[in-house]
Design a protein around this ligand. Structure first.
Ligand SMILES: Cc1cc2nc3c(=O)[nH]c(=O)nc-3n(C[C@H](O)[C@H](O)[C@H](O)COP(=O)(O)O)c2cc1C
Length: 400
């Protein structure tokens, strides 16, 4: 390094021997994703999925359709059908149904609506709050078209992989909801899972959904953006997943959720609120329950004790920051170090939290599938827990 500050000195040197690594997540159930926002396609390879897991293109598509952009005025207007192709790793079983073969599953999604010219004005400028500066500093080269690899376009592939992961743990159900937009929280007493799919926000509280519509309209029209909090609840998680001390289930959940673009905070169960509780309040009391199972009287632990699942619903929450690409001007510098202003045009999510709901679900499913296989590998136990929908536990019942 000569320490030159000229772009073709400073950044060309960085280009020489730097490669982008760390595109894989998980141990036994392992995903590797590839692709950029404005490249021809994005995709992932799911390695380690056991053979014989029934899976169809339509099933994977259902989850991708939840994350797809352009479905309401509250998300980016980029129109991507996000049609997934299964390129490998599945074959017909004796009855003609598609099942996994135990070989790598390659999933591909084409990019069909990229408009790279929208990014022309900011290709040499650093958007405050985005990854432009750090990518260029680290690698010396930056794909500015639609933010390249830093775009959450990549997360579509995680959602596809998550659809496979859900099938690996018998009886697993992973559901998510948006519980806060900007400063506006839901009223937990109104929580209804049915409502989640009846509004454009994945909001479990119909009243809050109405208020958010108004709030987000103002945010969008003013050229600004806002943050959000997403809650994921996984039930049917068998007792025993996770391991002390460096493979805690909560540790890996935090890692998976924190890997999602724009995530700035993760909590499990009562999370940060637990600091304000007394020992008595926080203790999830236990009673003799159905044969073989204890009954827990609350779930401040979010279904995890000592890094190991208790058999209760696993509850995690994550906060996303406001979208950094906004059309209101912000002060910044360009890559030559000149002071300037940046205004981001193009199509952006005014609140990335909405489409983060299916992404968070996918990451939790991937972590649980991985730990399920690791548990089986270490203990030889095939564990499962049926979800009894008559006794459904609602996040309203806990004092988060
Ligand atoms: C679903 C989703 C959609 C996103 N859409 C945008 C977007 O339209 N514009 C933008 O600037 N950032 C968007 N982001 C966030 C950026 O990808 C992210 O802020 C950027 O990669 C920098 O990484 P960091 O925020 O994790 O530090 C989105 C994030 C998610 C989860």
């Amino acid at each position: 390094m000569t320490g030159s500050t000229l772009p073709d000195g400073r950044y060309a040197e960085k280009r020489l021997d730097k490669g982008m690594s760390h595109n894989s997540f998980g141990h036994l159930f392992r995903i590797t994703t590839w692709g950029e926002s404005h490249g021809p396609a994005i995709g992932c390879v799911v390695d380690g999925c056991p053979p014989g897991v029934p899976i169809t293109q339509a099933e994977i598509q259902t989850y991708l359709d939840k994350r797809r952009p352009g479905q309401s005025k509250y998300t980016t207007q980029r129109k991507e059908p996000d049609t997934v192709e299964i390129l490998s790793g599945v074959f017909e079983d004796e009855d003609g149904a598609l099942v996994t073969t135990g070989t790598p599953i390659a999933l591909q999604i084409s990019n069909v609506d990229a408009r790279s010219k929208d990014y022309g004005d900011i290709k040499d400028k650093f958007r405050p709050g985005h990854a432009d500066y750090t990518y260029l500093e680290k690698y010396g080269v930056r794909d500015w078209r639609g933010s390249g690899r830093a775009s959450a376009r990549e997360t579509a592939t995680r959602v596809a992989a998550g659809a496979v992961a859900r099938k690996v743990v018998p009886g697993l159900r992973v559901r998510g909801a948006l519980v806060q937009v900007g400063p506006h929280k839901i009223d937990r007493a109104n929580w209804s899972w049915d409502t989640v799919n009846e509004n454009p926000f994945f909001c479990p509280d119909p009243k809050a959904a109405e208020n958010w519509a108004e709030f987000l309209d103002e945010i969008r029209k003013s050229g600004s953006s806002t943050g959000a909090v997403i809650e994921i609840v996984a039930d049917g998680v068998p007792v025993g997943l996770g391991a002390p001390l460096y493979a805690k289930l909560d540790q890996d959940i935090a890692s998976g959720l924190m890997s999602i673009n724009a995530v700035k905070g993760v909590e499990i169960g009562a999370g940060f609120e637990s600091a304000a509780l007394s020992g008595e309040e926080n203790a999830d009391e236990m009673q003799n329950g159905p044969p073989g199972w204890p009954t827990f009287l609350s779930n401040h632990a979010g279904g995890i004790l000592g890094g190991i699942s208790t058999g209760q619903p696993v509850v995690a929450r994550f906060a996303v920051k406001p979208t950094s690409s906004i059309s209101n001007p912000r002060s910044t510098i360009d890559k030559d170090g000149n002071n300037t202003e940046v205004v981001t045009k193009g199509r952006h999510d005014p609140c990335v939290g909405i489409r983060a709901v299916p992404i968070g679900e996918a990451m939790i499913a991937i972590v649980l599938a991985d730990h399920y296989l690791r548990h089986r590998g270490q203990t030889g136990q095939d564990v499962a827990q049926d979800v009894d929908t008559n006794l459904e536990w609602l996040p309203t019942e806990s004092s988060f």
